[in-house]
Design a protein around this ligand. Structure first.
Ligand code: HAM
Length: 462
């Protein structure tokens, strides 16, 4: 098999996507303008203005995982350091440079999780999930920690959505997991493309690494300092190098797809065929090896195509057939993916810049009052509406009608309910249609019924 195979849905991926997003990110990492205590470097607050995007992505993930028979799993943020060292590999950036590892007050060596796949594998063994129908499909959403160099789209606390399927070696599962990752992104309106490769298995990978080392040894003097170290300690990582001086060497390096054993080759071909069936747009990427040592066979990363600038993956994943056994479980093939929530949210923000109203939750009713009596009676009315599940915005602490109507306009609500002095006296309410400006008077007792009817058939935002 050659890496030149032209897949049905192949799309050219720009070598430098993400410029537009980078500018959005710049705003995210910009120093807050107020004073007060400092944030720990690389940490950030997710402010109310961003929550609508987070919620949209979260809801889309829940919906996708629900229709694909995944169950939620929650693993601790704190795990033993050794779990990650054994899983991810000691000679990786994540373990060597980025892990928040420390001794807890009881003297145990613990770490803030840099990722969750190792924890899922641990939980699978610990809770005897091998006795459940296989594959066991689980998903998670939560914070991860890496002491990365903070920059646009790269934080020290970031969130991941992940899906893992343990206990099935069939290549169709690889394609289905990649498909689930793509489907989540599509559900929020992002159309990603996928870089894909096979990293072989313990049978074929050592032979490939020998070839790679032989190739690079002859060119050692042209390597960057990091790569000189990689050549000795973890040669596969040579293919990860982003330094300009190493790029030409990388392009000429032997490709692992040409060294795959028959089983890995067959597996990879079938994964690609299933991806075609699922209409996943992908590009064969011989240099893709990923930064975690547990992978075997399929690896993939997701990007937004046609964006200039920095190349930051929205997500990645692959097969890790040896991990459960490495951690002391029975041999259990597995495959999974994680998506970077923060980066996806940045992309969503960039995409909808200008479109998004201040009203992230899609509130359609504003309640405005005039005078103290109206304020008092209005409290009860708004409470009744909310108890009935109708979202209502208000500004009970304000007096003037003008300011309240301005806010209603800013929020883009459909109706404003007005309780003035006259309405207080005669037990009515005014309902103003914000689009047409038409006002109608209704009996106050019927407010829930009338508004519910008006809202029926309206689609929710966002
Ligand atoms: P990963 O490629 O290390 O894979 O991370 C997955 C995604 O998390 C990245 O593509 C990126 O979107 C996001 N991410 C990683 N580091 C940062 C950061 N410092 N700031 C913001 N976002 C970041 C894994 O973690 C594997 N556990 C994926 C997997 C699951 N493989 C199999 N199952």
């Amino acid at each position: 098999m050659s890496s030149n195979r032209a897949p049905k849905h192949q799309k050219r991926v720009s070598t430098a996507p993400f410029a537009a997003v980078a500018s959005a990110n710049a705003a995210v990492v910009a120093a807050p303008t107020g004073g007060g205590p400092q944030l720990v470097r690389g940490m950030r607050d997710v402010l109310p203005s961003e929550q609508a995007f987070w919620r949209r992505l979260y809801d889309a993930s829940v919906q996708e995982f629900d229709v694909r028979e995944f169950d939620r799993i929650e693993t601790p943020i704190l795990e033993e350091v050794s779990l990650f060292q054994r899983s991810i590999g000691k000679v990786t950036d994540v373990i060597e440079k980025e892990m928040y590892a420390f001794e807890d007050p009881g003297g145990a060596r613990v770490a803030l999780r840099p990722e969750a796949t190792a924890s899922v594998a641990r939980a699978y063994i610990r809770h005897g999930m091998i006795s459940l129908p296989q594959p066991v499909r689980v998903w998670y959403w939560g914070p991860m920690f890496r002491h990365d160099r903070p920059q646009a789209g790269r934080y020290r606390q970031f969130f991941q959505i992940g899906g893992e399927a343990l206990g099935d070696q069939h290549p169709v599962i690889d394609a289905q997991l990649a498909g689930a990752a793509v489907a989540i992104l599509r559900r929020v309106g992002l159309i990603p493309t996928m870089n894909i490769n096979s990293t072989g298995c313990p049978v074929c990978r050592p032979k490939y690494i020998e070839q790679l080392v032989a190739y690079y040894r002859g060119r050692r003097s042209r390597l960057c300092e990091d790569c000189k170290r990689r050549l000795v300690r973890n040669p596969l990582r040579l293919l990860d190098c982003k330094e300009e001086q190493c790029t030409p060497l990388k392009e000429e390096a032997p490709q692992i797809v040409d060294s795959l054993c028959p089983e890995c080759k067959e597996h990879f071909v079938r994964v690609l065929e299933y991806c075609d069936e699922l209409e996943i747009s992908y590009e064969l990427t011989p240099s893709l090896v990923r930064g975690l040592d547990y992978y075997t066979k399929t690896v993939f990363e997701l990007y937004l195509p046609n964006q200039e600038g920095r190349q930051d993956a929205l997500g990645g994943g692959g097969r890790y057939d040896g991990l459960v056994e490495l951690l002391g479980g029975r041999p259990t093939p597995a495959v999974g993916f994680s998506l970077g929530v923060d980066r996806i949210v940045n992309a969503l923000k960039e995409k909808s810049a200008g479109e998004q109203s201040a009203n992230g939750k899609g509130v359609k009713i504003f309640f405005a009052q005039l005078g103290e009596q109206a304020r008092r009676q209005g409290l009860g009315i708004v409470e009744r509406l909310r108890n009935d599940g109708i979202a209502v915005a208000e500004q009970f602490s304000k007096d003037g009608l003008k300011g309240q109507l301005e806010r209603a306009n800013r929020l883009g609500v459909l109706y404003t309910v007005i309780l003035g002095q006259k309405e207080v006296l005669d037990g009515t309410l005014l309902i103003r249609d914000m689009e047409g400006g038409v006002q109608e008077i209704i009996d106050r007792k019927k407010v829930v019924e009338v508004l519910r009817k008006k809202l029926e058939g309206q689609q929710s935002v966002p």
